[in-house]
Design a protein around this ligand. Structure first.
Ligand code: ADP
Ligand code: MG
Length: 469
């Protein structure tokens, strides 16, 4: 297994950026195998969080690829090993500073590190879905105006499953707490009844299981698993089903079967049900028949509270002024917020410096030089218009030619990313458009970015340069 780990690591080295690899995977050590759980030793707890959310899937993918017929571990257990800390420090301290990079280039690389959908070419039997994430509980969830409704609905659905809030549909942008809430519902149900059978899957995993059941003539077991042996179905990122007609069909029947049994169903998505392109009408109306709640980007106070909560959970001493400073700078989403706290903490650790405002200022400047010069929506509009040789008024107009719609969508996306404005606010700033127009623009561009579409990536890079990194 050590050998398999080494090979997978080598493979990953080629797939991730050197920066990511050195920072996050190089310090990790193989620590043995317990049943089918692989132990990995890490310098501190943050590594577990970070690797889990960013690199675990590519890591398991790499192992699967390297393994051939060898069995691979089902999942990973983390063990903090203080001695590795010194190793990290030694490596990092002797390194020259990293050159700055355009965020779009970073984004594109990060996307490449994501696991590829294993449709069809995947293993014939996918690994069982991961269990609930232990740290995602209601206790660790900070409630603010931006997520109050989704939180209240989740608490209610967990308290009285299968009744008033069934199905529960939670939607909102990336990194805003949807997965966290779904897990918290699962934990609550399990606390009440340890034997409750919770099916917690991403729509992607559901799709893979469905395909594998088809390939292996195992539809009965598949139905059994999802319809008969299921007391609560928690499905994350249902937008993945968008164009998958057959899987949607399977999901529809599963949904109905469970719904008629008053089994609680919770679904998350990045957009409102009717905004999921290619989702069948009958599924849309099923989702909309229940409770639909959104999560928005948190306001400043909530961002501060989230940082403090996170620090408390990690046993960090986070001064109030540092928390406020980070919260002011990072406005996009909670994942970025946590990422920044993590980087600053790591840096304090590596350099042996106190976690103070000076350090936070330095780190933010180096890591994300864009974040501390306040870009406005107008800046973005001007830069995008200039790049495409248009007028700002064109971007705000209702013109429908592709020469205008694409730049407009791009500008909306960038304004959302860099300024962090809400969808309705952006609609307003773009000549009074509906917030759903902005939402679908942002989705469209982020899909293009994910796909590495050249025209989009080039435009983003050029505009970002113009905006000043
Ligand atoms: P999503 O599924 O919406 O993309 P996640 O649920 O994965 O987002 O959240 C991203 C990260 O932010 C997770 O680590 C999660 O614990 C954290 N997070 C999001 N919202 C909150 C919140 N309100 N309170 C505390 N942590 C949060
Ligand atoms: Mg999620």
């Amino acid at each position: 297994m050590q050998d398999l780990w080494d090979r997978a690591l080598d493979d990953l080295r080629g797939r991730l950026s050197p920066e990511s690899f050195e920072t996050w995977l190089e310090p990790v050590r193989y620590g043995g195998l317990e049943d089918d759980v692989m132990i990995l030793r890490i310098p501190n707890k943050f590594f577990a969080d970070w690797i889990q959310s960013h690199y675990l899937a590519p890591m398991l993918d790499a192992m699967r690829e390297q393994a051939g017929t060898e069995p691979i571990p089902r999942t990973v257990k983390w063990e903090v090993d203080e001695t590795l800390r010194d190793h990290v420090r030694a490596v990092r301290a002797s390194e020259p500073p990293k050159p700055r990079r355009a965020p779009s280039a970073r984004a594109a690389r990060a996307v490449r590190a994501e696991p590829s959908a294993t449709l069809g070419d995947g293993p014939s039997s996918p690994p069982p879905p991961p269990d609930l994430k232990p740290q995602y509980t209601f206790d660790s969830f900070v409630v603010g105006p931006s997520n109050q409704l989704a939180h209240a609905a989740s608490v209610a659905a967990a308290a009285e499953p299968g009744t008033r809030f069934n199905p529960l549909f939670i939607y909102g942008g990336a990194g805003l707490g949807k997965t966290h809430l779904v897990n918290a519902i699962g934990h609550t149900l399990r606390q009440r009844d340890p034997n409750v059978r919770i099916r917690y899957v991403s729509a992607e995993q559901f799709t893979n299981e469905f395909i594998s059941a088809l390939q292996n003539n195992a539809m009965n077991e598949f139905h059994q698993r999802y319809r008969n042996e299921c007391d609560a179905l928690l499905m994350d990122d249902v937008q993945f089903l968008a164009t998958r007609v057959q899987t949607q069909e399977a999901f529809f029947h599963t949904f109905n079967a469970l719904y008629h049994l008053d089994t609680q169903i919770v679904v998350t998505s990045d957009v409102f049900p009717s905004q999921i392109d290619g989702l069948e009408e009958r599924l849309v109306s099923r989702f909309q028949s229940g409770m639909v709640a959104d999560v928005q980007a948190p306001e400043l106070d909530t961002r501060v509270a989230i940082l403090q909560k996170k620090a408390e959970l990690e046993g960090l001493d986070l001064p109030a002024d540092v928390a406020l400073f980070i919260a002011e700078q990072v406005r996009t989403n909670v994942r970025d917020l946590e990422g920044m706290l993590l980087r600053i903490t790591m840096k304090a650790d590596l350099l042996g410096r106190p976690l103070d405002l000076d350090l936070a200022r330095d780190s933010l400047h180096v890591v994300s030089p864009t974040q501390d010069t306040a870009t406005t929506v107008e800046d973005v509009q001007r830069a995008v218009a200039a790049y495409f040789s248009l007028r700002v008024s064109d971007l705000k107009s209702g013109k429908r030619q592709r020469t205008v719609t694409f730049p407009r969508q791009l500008a909306m996306y960038l304004a959302r990313q860099r300024v962090g404005s809400s969808y309705p606010e952006l609609g307003e700033r773009f000549g009074g458009k509906d917030h759903t127009t902005v939402m679908s623009a942002c989705r469209k561009i982020s899909k293009l970015v994910e796909r590495g579409d050249e025209k989009t990536v080039d435009a983003l890079r050029a505009v970002e340069l113009k905006l000043g990194l």
